[in-house]
Design a protein around this ligand. Sequence first.
Ligand SMILES: [Zn+2]
Ligand SMILES: [Zn+2]
Length: 266
Amino acid sequence: MPPQSLFDKCDMAKGRHIFHRMLNWVLPERCPCCGTITAAGGSFCVFCWQKLEFLGPPWCRGCATPFEFDRGADAYCAVCIANPPRHDGIRAAVKYDDLSAQVALRLKYGGKIGLARVIAQHMLRHLPEEQEQLIISPVPLHWTRIWSRSFNQSALIGKQLADMSGLAFVPDILVRHKRTPSMRGLDHKRRREAVASAFAVHPKYKGALKGRSIILIDDVLTTGATSDGCVAVLKRGGADWVQIFCWARALRGDGTQAGTTISFDA
Ligand SMILES: [Zn+2]
Ligand SMILES: [Zn+2]
């Protein structure tokens, strides 16, 4: 049996761990982007607030890419007309850029889990008015990543959004049984299939998704391949309507959609 002092040390370490975890849940007193101390918890500093590009209509009905002018609520962009998306819309709080990426990185790798609440607050305005039977569910992580990080950032955001809106939160509809598959040498269609093959509907929800509407939470959307794979699997599993909600998304034509400098592979 280990000496008592070792138990004491273990308990102290455990206590410290829990204390730090609780601290991380407290709304940050610093700007979520740049770390400047702010007066109110969870708010952005004036500089970052002005720089962040909050997204909203007018936008494409299919992919919610912003339009420079209002073309009407039913207008689709050229890309959606040529290639109708599998999802039923993307709702992002802000445009993906270096500044908004910092928020996602602090949550994901910095362990600032209180930021999940800040992010969810900025997603609330995008929830559809018709909310009957709506379920919130995250893009799942592979178990090895859960093991190393101890949380799924998309699940934290989804839980916060559910608590704020009163919607149902079901974190385990999808399971990820492969890490990011190799895409080398695959064309667009095969890439989509390869990503989709990494996900599956959990066996306990087989048959339960029929006719359901799902809000799929992802932290950041760059190429969109991961969330697209999840949408395909959810729809194959019977879901009627799937909309993707994220903190930040890369927009076409601004150089951030492909080849981003920061890796958000899970
Ligand atoms: Zn700031
Ligand atoms: Zn579109």
